[in-house]
Design a protein around this ligand. Structure first.
Ligand SMILES: [Zn+2]
Length: 256
């Protein structure tokens, strides 16, 4: 086998992984349903080997549940699990801002301020909600990058993927009444005010906790009646053959 063909095979394997990962993060693969390996390989026009490899990787990341002799099912939207994820997210992100407050340079914080400056977050349409979702994820990843410890970036990326769908539902549900907390967080960082930063970040994350039950209900409704997030992720693959949505393990700096 030439190195060229093995490289292109590796690329196609990672493409299969990205596609299936996006189906899982956006619940195109429906919660509780058995994942049909053969159907997926037909749909993606590939053999079953890369599909099987992708599924085992995606299961290890927490999106699928492996059942002995039954293959995989998609993990449901479960209030208890969402609370656990938000609790984990709060711990990680409080660690992030603690380190950023101590380690980031004034210039880095000024760049961050520019990134959030003037960003409004009123949401009227699905397209606006999608933009806001990706901007929100980008902010938290950028912040994690300033912590000076790559493990935080890895964790924040994985949390973003796990929470992508609930966050999208949350954005849609709060149309017109969202408030952008990011500028306040950045201002407190620039003032090197550790106590204020911790309080703002913890409010920013914990405000989601009081409506988790509604969120899972609205999430299920979306999965079975439309699912614009899944449509969007698919259209991105069609247009660019890549996914904004699954940057984590396939990302440049985390490739190993
Ligand atoms: Zn945010």
């Amino acid at each position: 086998m030439t190195s060229e063909s093995s490289a292109s095979r590796a690329a196609s394997h990672s493409h299969v992984y990205d596609r299936i990962k996006a189906m899982a993060t956006t619940f195109r693969l429906r919660p509780g349903e058995k994942v049909n390996e053969l159907e997926l390989s037909r749909q993606l026009g590939v053999s079953r080997t890369p599909v099987r490899e992708a599924l085992s990787r995606i299961a290890a990341e927490g999106f699928l549940v492996a059942t002995p002799n039954r293959g995989y099912t998609v993990r449901g939207l479960d209030a208890k699990q969402l609370m656990a994820l938000y609790e984990y997210r709060a711990t990680v992100e409080l660690g992030v801002v603690r380190l950023v407050c101590m380690r980031a340079s004034d210039q880095e914080l000024a760049d961050l301020a520019k990134m959030v400056e003037g960003s409004r977050d009123e949401v009227d349409t699905d397209a606006q909600a999608l933009r806001l979702l990706s901007r929100d994820e980008a902010f938290h990843e950028h912040l994690a990058g300033l912590a000076g410890n790559p493990e935080f970036l890895r964790s924040v990326r994985s949390i973003n993927e796990r929470l992508r769908f609930p966050r999208w539902i949350d954005l849609k549900a709060r149309r017109g009444q969202t408030r952008n907390d990011h500028p306040d967080i950045v201002r407190a960082l620039q003032a090197r005010d550790q106590a204020a930063v911790q309080a703002l970040m913890s409010q920013h994350i914990e405000k989601h906790l009081d409506h988790i039950i509604e969120l899972t209900r609205a999430g299920y409704a979306e999965i079975y009646t439309g699912n614009a997030l899944a449509d969007y992720a698919e259209s991105r693959f069609m247009e660019h053959q890549e996914d904004w949505a699954s940057s984590s393990e396939g990302g440049k700096e985390t490739r190993d």
